[in-house]
Design a protein around this ligand. Sequence first.
Ligand code: SAH
Length: 241
Amino acid sequence: MNTGVLTADKDPMGKAIYDYFTTGKAARLRVFSSQFDEDEIPVSELFRSYDQMPELEQIALQKACGRILDVGAGSGCHSLALRAMGKDSLAIDISPWAVDVMKQRGLEAAQVNLFDSHFVGQYDTILMLMNGSGIVGKLGNLPEFFQRIKQLLASGGSVLMDSSDLRYLYEDEDGSFVVNLAAGYYGEVDFRMQYKQVRGDVFDWLYVDFDTLSAYAAQYGFRVEMLSEGEHYNYLARIAW
Ligand code: SAH
């Protein structure tokens, strides 16, 4: 499991966030994958306000309480919305540019990888949003993820995480499921991003269906509750032990 952070020259999304924050606009943030066609992330959406957020995210912000850790916080949109609700958070991200922007926005932010064991603390809510399971990377990293959150959760605390079941990408018109079982879990995706001349490295990104997440969680003494289901096979889960 990678426990490092990004350098400024390998951080396309962070650079896009920085440009958008400092100039009000950004070039195309391009996304490549060995599994999908080239795509783009609209940079303005990384700056969404509470009202512009999908309902699943709004519910997560409403449920967040106590001392909150906003993991993979990006531009800090969720931490800003929390602050407006009078809630305290620490925002962490591996992106140096994003952390710079979050600090300029007045947030408590640090350049930290969730999996770096030097980072310690006790949080009542750990927030992982915008397919927050992505940060786990691969199904095989879930055991390490559960051990990690055990260290970071205060007693009675929980993780609020959204994810999607990618099975719809592999479903036939008749609803049957055509996935190559030998190819590994269908929610394991690889991405690479590029912004202007800044090219990031390839990284793993996990989409996990609710049942698979629950089965792994049970093995590590956690229970998973479905808080809300979206319209695109996406859902918000509460993970607690
Ligand atoms: N939560 C934000 C950003 C989502 S993009 C939003 O909803 O707008 C995912 C973010 O996670 C990126 O900013 C990326 O730099 C960060 N990230 C990826 N792996 C991480 C890790 N292991 N620890 C902390 N942050 C990570």
